[in-house]
Design a binder for this molecule. Structure first.
Ligand code: PBG
Length: 325
C-alpha cells in the first residue's frame, strides 16, 4: 500500500492522536537522580558548571529525599565528597564516611527511595585515579580488594544497590563474592558495563573533585572508537553476575545502548552525564535552544535507543515538566 491509500500524516493530526500512537513514553520512574553529598555545612553549594545542581550537606538530604520522591522519582545515585583523601581511598569504606552517612539519612527520611551507591575510589584517592597505584599504573587486582570492602560498607549502611564505576576487570565477580559472604546476597549490582574514557565527565570531576592528578583514565575506561568491545564487556558482566547493565555517557553513545539492548536481556540503563547536562543548560541560558523541549526530546531519544532507565541531572525538572504536559 502506498500513497494515496497510505497517508502517514493521518496519525499526526492532533496532540491526542500523537499521544495515543507514540512508541516511546517518558515517566519520572524511568529516571534516577545523581546527587553529590558533602560534609560541609554551608550548603546547598551550587556547582558552577552544572546550573541547578548542588553539593548537598547531610542535613539537607531529608528535604531533598522527600522532594525527589514526591516528583515520582524512585532512585538516587549517591556520590560523596570526603573530608580526607589518601593513596588508597580508605575513606570510601569508612563506616561513617560521607556516602554511608548520606545513605542512612536518605533511607531514614524516605524508606521507599532507592539509594544506589557509586562504588569507586576516584573521589577518595589523593591522586584521583579509580584504583590503587603501583608504579604509576592502576593495579587491577589490588583495587578489587578495596572496592569489595567499599561495596560491603555501602551495603551495611543500607544502600539498596551498589554500582561499581571503576572499570577494573573482574570487579563484578569480586564484589558479588564479597557481598554474598557478608550476607548481602540479595543486594543488586548495577554494572557500569560500557564506560567510555569521555571528556563529557568534565563538570562532574569539578563537582566531585576527582580529576586525576596525572595522566588520564584511558588505561581502564573504554576507547570511544570501540563498539564491539562494549559487547564483550556486557557478556563478561553478565557472566560475573551483574543484575543491571549501564552505558555511559548516553547521547554520544546511543548506538552502544541499542547494540547492548539487542544482544542482552538484562535491564539496561544509560547515564546522561554531566557534560551532556552542562551543554543543554548553557545553550538554554543563552537562549539558543528551548531548554525544556530539548531536554524532553533527548531523554526520549535515550529511552528510544533502548535504555529502560536514565540517570540524569535533568530528572527533577523533567519529572515536573512531564506532569505539566
Ligand atoms: C567515578 C565517576 C565519574 C562519573 C561517574 N562516576 C567520573 C569519571 O569516571 O571520571 C561521571 C558522571 C558524570 O559526568 O556525570 N568513576
Amino acid at each position: 500500500m502506498s500513497f494515496p491509500a497510505t497517508r502517514m500524516r493521518r496519525l499526526r493530526a492532533s496532540t491526542e492522536l500523537r499521544a495515543l500512537t507514540r512508541e516511546t513514553r517518558l515517566s519520572p520512574d524511568r529516571f534516577v537522580y545523581p546527587i553529590f553529598v558533602t560534609s560541609d555545612r554551608h550548603g546547598p553549594d551550587p556547582i558552577p558548571s552544572m546550573p541547578g545542581q548542588y553539593r548537598w550537606p547531610i542535613d539537607s538530604l531529608r528535604d531533598l529525599a522527600r522532594d525527589v520522591y514526591r516528583a515520582g522519582i524512585r532512585g538516587v545515585m549517591v556520590f560523596g565528597l570526603p573530608d580526607h583523601k589518601d593513596e588508597t581511598g580508605s575513606e570510601a569504606h569508612n563506616p561513617d564516611g560521607i556516602v554511608q552517612r548520606a545513605i542512612r539519612e536518605l533511607k531514614d527520611a524516605v524508606p521507599g527511595l532507592l539509594t544506589i551507591a557509586d562504588t569507586c575510589l576516584c573521589e577518595y584517592t589523593s591522586h584521583g585515579h579509580c584504583g590503587i597505584l603501583r608504579d604509576g599504573y592502576v593495579d587491577n587486582d589490588a583495587t578489587l580488594d578495596v572496592l569489595a570492602q567499599v561495596a560491603v560498607s555501602q551495603a551495611t549502611a543500607g544502600a539498596d544497590m551498589v554500582a561499581p564505576s571503576d572499570m577494573m576487570d573482574g570487579r563484578i565477580r569480586a564484589l558479588r563474592d564479597e557481598l554474598d559472604s557478608a550476607g548481602f546476597e540479595h543486594l543488586p549490582m548495577l554494572a557500569y558495563t560500557a564506560k567510555y574514557a569521555s571528556a563529557f565527565y568534565g563538570p562532574f570531576r569539578e563537582a566531585a573533585d576527582c580529576a586525576p592528578q596525572f595522566g588520564d583514565r584511558k588505561s581502564y575506561q573504554m576507547d570511544p572508537g570501540n563498539r564491539r568491545e562494549a559487547l564483550r564487556e556486557a557478556m563478561l558482566d553478565v557472566q560475573e553476575g551483574a543484575d543491571i547493565l549501564m552505558v555511559k555517557p548516553a547521547l554520544p553513545y546511543l548506538d552502544i545502548v541499542r547494540q547492548v539492548r539487542d544482544n542482552v536481556d538484562l535491564p539496561l540503563w544509560a547515564y546522561n552525564v554531566s557534560g551532556e547536562y552542562a551543554m543543554v543548560k548553557a545553550a538554554g541560558r543563552a537562549g539558543w535552544v528551548d531548554e525544556r523541549a530539548v531536554t524532553l526530546e533527548l531523554l526520549t531519544a535515550i529511552v528510544r535507543a533502548g535504555a529502560d532507565t536514565v540517570l540524569t541531572y535533568h530528572a527533577c525538572e523533567a519529572a515536573q515538566w512531564l506532569q505539566e504536559v
